[in-house]
Unconditional design. Structure first.
Lengths: 318, 124
């Protein structure tokens, strides 16, 4: 199993500005002060090995879209935020004109999680099968609504693919094309659902747009059970803890610190911070990652928990 | 959980010790809010002496946040003081150092509360 992150930002897509790029270039030049590079390859090697992540990368701007590549013919993807557009390009290229079968798992239908679908190329290819799994009874309505006039020029009914909406029941495991999928209710406006995926002994949890009420021990234990022994937990870490429980309490999101605590309770192996706040620049997100890693070190009582921050283009193998 | 309290003019110093996490935060919060309700009002200051606090989880930090919110609503303040290195680092990691006034010592926190309070503290 391989996880590809096509969209990792929360709420709304963001893009690097010209100022951001000049800033990264200037910081790289300062870091390289006194060094000379005989070739592009030498300069590239320097950038790859010696510069900070926040200089050489960007966490990216697409809203949630995460692919689980099981190595077979079918596709599996969580949410269809704006990252669904490059994911669709990837599917079309790999299929080379053959129709695809795409299994979608929707955490919920807020706009940042569905906005990529009108730009998802395979939806326009005859013969493509798209199965959209969700626990929400409004899922189909939301997808049709965003493509209705006057908001979009192509109505949902004009899409060439065969599109099926499949209702899932929370906490009931489902066998879907060889993948065991269990949804779990989360605290978010209008409800959201996390998904636990299991195949060949590997366990991946996708848990975004989920607020955790710290005073509720039963809730914490419920999520610890949902995350239990996961190889990877993709976690809504939109805010720093102080923000998540003060000015942004009840906004339906969580923090890097609570992600560490729940994964430690669950005995999970790898926490991936996800659904980044659009107001945070790369340096701020890098800071939140470093703080989460340090918190994990300070509070570790058993096996180490690996902590990463998702970025558009990241690929990991559980 | 009984929180030891010492009064100095318009300030009360509340001693917080041991570990503060999901296992004991409900009892701690109940007692803390009684002190905050009583003392951190109309210019009064509640000072959390964290010198004996070995560890605080997100649930414990939330207790501090609720106390701060309550104090602000009744025109009082909450300071924290004498943090051990690990707790001080957790405050920074969680960005609580940006929303609380943190003092190296209890005396410095009391001095920031009022001149009357620090005189009373020095005479005690």
């Amino acid at each position: 199993m391989r996880i590809r992150f096509w969209g990792t930002r929360g709420s709304i897509p963001v893009a690097l500005t010209s100022f951001d790029i000049r800033d990264k270039l200037a910081r790289a030049l300062v870091e390289a002060s006194g060094r000379t590079f005989a070739s592009y390859e030498e300069a590239h090697a320097f950038a790859s090995t010696e510069l900070d992540f926040s200089i050489t990368h960007t966490f990216g701007g697409h809203t949630p879209c995460v692919e689980l590549d099981l190595g077979g013919d079918e596709y599996f993807v969580c949410d269809l935020g704006s990252g669904a557009r490059p994911f669709g390009v990837h599917v079309l290229a790999r299929q080379a004109r053959r129709p695809a079968v795409v299994n979608v798992f929707m955490s919920h239908v807020h706009w940042d999680h569905i906005m990529g679908f009108p730009f998802f190329g395979p939806a326009y290819v005859p013969g493509t099968k798209i199965r959209i799994h969700s626990c929400h009874d409004v899922c189909e309505q939301a997808f049709r609504l965003q493509q209705a006039a006057p908001c979009f020029p192509v109505d949902f009914s004009q899409l060439a693919a065969s599109i099926e909406f499949v209702r899932l029941v929370p906490d009931q495991p489902n066998e879907i094309s060889g993948l065991t999928v269990t949804p779990h209710l989360q605290l978010h406006s209008g409800d959201s659902y996390g998904f636990r995926f299991e195949k060949d002994g590997k366990r991946v949890v996708y848990s975004t747009d989920s607020e955790h009420k710290l005073e509720n021990r039963a809730e914490a234990e419920s999520f610890a059970a949902f995350f239990r022994d996961a190889d990877v937990v993709i976690f809504d870490a939109m805010y720093a803890l102080a923000d998540a429980i003060s000015v942004k309490a009840d906004w339906g999101h969580s923090s890097n610190i609570v992600g560490v605590e729940l994964c430690q309770m669950a005995g999970a192996r790898h926490l991936v911070l996800f659904h980044h706040e659009p107001a945070n620049d790369d340096a701020t997100l890098d800071g939140l990652l470093k703080e989460a890693r340090r918190f994990e070190e300070l509070t570790r009582s058993g096996n180490p928990l690996k902590v990463s921050a998702a970025y558009d283009g990241l690929e990991i193998e559980p | 959980m009984a929180i030891p309290a010492r009064n100095f003019a318009n300030a009360v110093v509340l001693g917080v010790a041991g570990r503060l996490d999901q296992d004991n935060c409900d009892a701690f919060r109940a007692d803390l809010m009684v002190h905050v309700e009583r003392h951190a009002r109309e210019g009064g200051v509640a000072i959390l002496d964290l010198g004996g606090l070995e560890y605080v989880s997100s649930a414990g930090l939330r207790c501090f946040m609720l106390a701060s919110r309550q104090a602000k609503a009744q025109n009082g303040r909450i300071f924290v003081a004498a943090l051990q290195p690990m707790v001080a680092e957790i405050f920074e990691i969680s960005h609580f150092n940006l929303v609380f006034q943190v003092f190296p010592t209890v005396r410095e926190a009391i001095a920031a509360a009022s001149s009357e309070a620090v005189v009373a503290f020095d005479q005690a």
